[in-house]
Design a binder for this molecule. Sequence first.
Ligand code: ZN
Length: 96
Amino acid sequence: MAEDGEIFTCVKGRMPTSIDLARRLREYEEKGRNAVLSVSNRSFRFGGLWFCPCCASRLEEQEASFFCNQCGRHLERKIIYFLVEFHPHWTNNAWR
Ligand SMILES: [Zn+2]
């Protein structure tokens, strides 16, 4: 992702983030290692492959977050929800 003023843009996926998502991603960068997490829905799993916005390592889905083994940050599950629901990517010649 490239920083683009207030927001970020995924250049490859032609996806600008919302201002709210950009704020959450900045918080992840700043506070992800000391995140205070609450488990809201234990049975729900997103699945799929997710990568750390800071270091691009693969994230491990856990009960309360997606954990980055490389930089030790916890990505809130809510952020994945915002990405899935509101931020389609241009992939294989279609918005997905
Ligand atoms: Zn990381």
